[in-house]
Design a protein around this ligand. Structure first.
Ligand SMILES: NC(=O)C1=CN([C@@H]2O[C@H](COP(=O)(O)OP(=O)(O)OC[C@H]3O[C@@H](n4cnc5c(N)ncnc54)[C@H](O)[C@@H]3O)[C@@H](O)[C@H]2O)C=CC1
Ligand SMILES: O=C([O-])CC(=O)C(=O)O
Length: 339
């Protein structure tokens, strides 16, 4: 007998990331090939015709796992009884903007959706915030969803940065993606993030080697590699005149897949979660850490005991400072908004 359907909410469902995302979810790439789904698709009323188009296409995909697809433009209705929520709906940045320039426009969405989560969602709901600035939006969402929804159930996506870092290392070391594990993205999904491979392993010639040894180019690892990953989003916007969508959707799927099924043995992934004080990051800050996830409890743990040298500490301090500034600005914007 197949399990009961999971109710999965996707916001911004008429937008470009979701055009890739909803098919991957509905076809079983996230929750498995035996897990039926009810997909709730939220967008704003102005987008309801486009949303209907997405629904028609999903229906036409004839996907056996998709038991229901429910388009909605009412936030309260959207959040009712959801098991998982992909919060993508928000304004994307354009060329020349930083992600934090979106804060004033987007943070109110996450205040309102935090409240909708508290009002309607299951207390076990797991949430990924994709909309930028993702860490700060997730912080605000968690604040307004508490105490009904534990802040531990709310996260922001840095998996795209994690995947970008993995791909860069694989290319430089001349191996494939599966041969690289345990890169880390620390901090904010922004230009201050710290992609760190000090603890990463590369499988080269049949044995696991430290990434630094496998790459054999410390100057590149401490310079160009970091800046390529930090700036990748902006470079894609300059090339496409639109922000990354296919790779963002894939990363959101990876993030929730690993939260649902757990991380493999001796493997961690990067996720922005409310800090528990690890590595000196003040409690509650939505900071990207290396985490492992237990499949049975679906609970994450920040990987402990990794050495942080002076170079790394400087990077952690810079991204923390930016997150604290964004948090303060977001709190002010929320106080001023009467949503
Ligand atoms: N964390 C990450 O790694 C990444 C984050 N992003 C961010 O994801 C967000 C979405 O990007 P795209 O899909 O390219 O944008 P898009 O503009 O193509 O789609 C956004 C959709 O959200 C909808 N929307 C706006 N307000 C809403 C609300 N209150 N409730 C529900 N839906 C709402 C819009 O009507 C639109 O259909 C942007 O903020 C972008 O910067 C993009 C790539 C990577
Ligand atoms: O850069 C952007 O605005 C979109 C994004 O977050 C990314 O591609 O990492």
């Amino acid at each position: 007998m197949s399990p009961a359907p999971l109710r999965v909410l996707v916001t911004g469902a008429a937008g470009q990331i979701c055009y890739s995302l909803v098919y991957q979810i509905a076809s079983g790439s996230v929750f498995g090939k035996d897990q039926p789904l009810e997909l709730v698709l939220l967008d704003i009323p102005m987008m309801s015709a486009a949303l209907d188009g997405v629904v028609m296409e999903l229906v036409d995909c004839a996907l056996p796992l998709l038991h229901k697809v429910i388009p909605v433009t009412d936030e309260k209705e959207a959040f009712k009884n959801v098991d998982y929520a992909f919060l993508v709906g928000a304004m994307p940045r354009r060329e020349g903007m930083e992600r934090k320039d979106l804060l004033a426009a987007n943070v109110k969405i996450f205040k309102s959706q935090g409240r909708a989560l508290a009002e309607g969602a299951k207390s076990t709901t797991k949430v990924i915030v994709v909309g930028n600035p993702a860490n700060t939006n997730a912080y605000i969402c968690a604040k307004y969803a508490a105490p009904k929804i534990s802040p531990r159930n709310i996260s922001a996506m840095t998996r795209l940065d994690h995947n970008r870092a993995t791909a860069q290392i694989a290319a430089k070391a001349g191996v494939t993606i599966d041969d690289v594990k345990n890169v880390i993205i620390w901090g904010n999904h922004s230009g201050t993030q710290f992609p760190d491979v000090k603890h990463a392993k590369v499988n080269k010639g049949g044995s696991a080697t430290d990434a630094y040894a496998a790459v054999g180019d410390e100057a590149w690892l401490k310079g160009e590699f970091i800046s390529v990953v930090q700036k990748r989003g902006a470079v894609i916007i300059a090339a496409r005149k639109l922000s990354s969508a296919m790779s963002a959707a894939k990363a959101a799927c990876d993030h929730i897949h690993d939260w649902h099924f757990g991380t493999p043995k001796d493997t961690w992934v990067s996720m922005a979660v409310p800090s528990d004080g690890s590595y000196g990051i003040p409690e509650g800050i939505m900071f990207s850490f290396p985490v492992t996830i237990d499949a049975a409890t679906k609970d994450w743990k920040i990987v402990q005991g990794l050495s942080i040298d002076e170079f790394a500490q400087g990077k952690l301090n810079a991204t923390l400072q930016e997150l604290q500034e964004e948090r303060d600005e977001a709190l002010r914007a929320c106080e001023e908004s009467n949503i």
